[in-house]
Design a binder for this molecule. Structure first.
Ligand code: ASP
Length: 337
């Protein structure tokens, strides 16, 4: 398919742009309404860390920081860096799948217990986007830096530029480029886009999120992950939430802020995640069967929740010496594969 046709097709289908690894093809269930909220959370001991997908190495690193008395902010940054450096993960940092011009561009953000935040969008050639986001938060009067400005800032802070496109990701892009066509992919195995939330020994909450975004996206496309309130939100009085999946849908409902506000109104993290997914799937004409969105959340008591539109979303949770992957409950129960 020619590029122009691809643009047309993508825009005609609304959110219909290939989400690479996180987009699933699912059967529609017109009858399917939001399932009765399940309250699987339990009040928990601290510290704790949760992350999107199965990223036990990353949560282990974050827990190591927390156990050593480190802050939740240090923990989420260090945890995310593990996946950014993991070249095998094709949705974050080095080795991330590129945009359709073959360029890897990263989005990331971080938020601390005071509500301070920093973010980078369309960052090229710097693997540790989450750490650049932290520097934006701590060393500039701004919240978001984009593109060349973000890269120049990173270099001025001592980050080394490097080529983020690995051979494996280049090959995958070249293969995609043969047809350049939009095609939802069922792939449950390679989810490394990482959103992480932690509560430290003092009970303070921080969060971070880092991604290479939608595989083969239009150049310049930015998803939800670096948008405070959409991909991530932390309110140290209430709790925190982080999102994964098709960012366009998360942005439209300001998903993570919504989850935190629902917790403020008394919902458990589980109930809040389910209600936020409900806002997406219950929209008139929602084409939710074509895309995946998942949320994980934690409240001030250390109760956690996670929920997604389709099956196979999971949360990694490290608490009380146990670092485990937990399958999320999901909305579209019919004929999920
Ligand atoms: N939310 C990310 C984005 O839309 C992608 C992902 O979570 O896999 O850029």
């Amino acid at each position: 398919m020619k590029r122009r046709k691809f643009i047309k097709k993508a825009s005609l289908s609304g959110a219909g742009i290939a989400l690479g690894h996180t987009l699933m093809s699912c059967n529609e269930n017109a009858e399917n309404k939001l399932v009765t909220p399940v309250t699987t959370s339990t009040t928990s001991s601290l510290p704790l860390v949760i992350a999107t997908w199965h990223v036990e190495n990353a949560t282990a690193k974050a827990m190591e920081v927390l156990q050593a008395g480190g802050s939740s902010l240090d923990a989420v940054e260090q945890g995310c860096r593990v996946e950014e450096a993991n070249e095998k993960g094709q949705s974050v940092g080095k080795g991330g799948l590129p945009d359709r011009d073959g360029k890897v561009t990263l989005d990331a953000c971080i938020m601390d217990k005071h509500g301070n935040c920093g973010s980078v969008v369309f960052l090229k050639d710097i693997k540790h986007a989450v750490s650049v986001a932290r520097k934006v938060m701590e060393n500039t009067p701004h919240v978001i830096l984009a593109g060349d400005g973000a890269k120049q800032f990173a270099i001025s802070e001592g980050f080394e530029p490097e080529n983020l496109l690995t051979e494996a990701s280049k090959e995958a892009w070249e293969e995609w480029n043969l047809k350049s066509e939009y095609k939802p992919i069922i792939n449950i195995e390679n989810h490394d886009t990482i959103g992480m939330l932690a509560i430290d020994k003092n009970g303070d909450i921080s969060g971070a999120c880092t991604t290479s975004g939608l595989a083969y996206k239009m150049s310049g496309r930015v998803g939800d992950s670096p948008i405070i309130g959409s991909g991530l939100f932390v309110d140290n009085e209430i709790g925190a939430c982080v999102a994964t999946g098709l960012g366009e849908e998360v942005v439209k409902t300001v998903g993570s802020f919504l989850v935190v506000e629902l917790m403020r109104q008394g919902r458990t993290p589980q109930q809040a995640c389910e209600e936020a997914i409900g806002r997406i799937v219950n929209k008139p004409n929602s084409n939710y069967k074509d895309f995946q969105v998942g949320y994980i959340a934690v409240n001030k008591k250390g109760e956690t929740g996670s929920y997604s539109i389709h099956q196979w979303f999971s949360m990694t949770k490290f608490q009380d010496g146990k670092n485990e992957q937990i399958q999320s409950d999901f909305f579209n129960k019919t004929k999920a594969t």
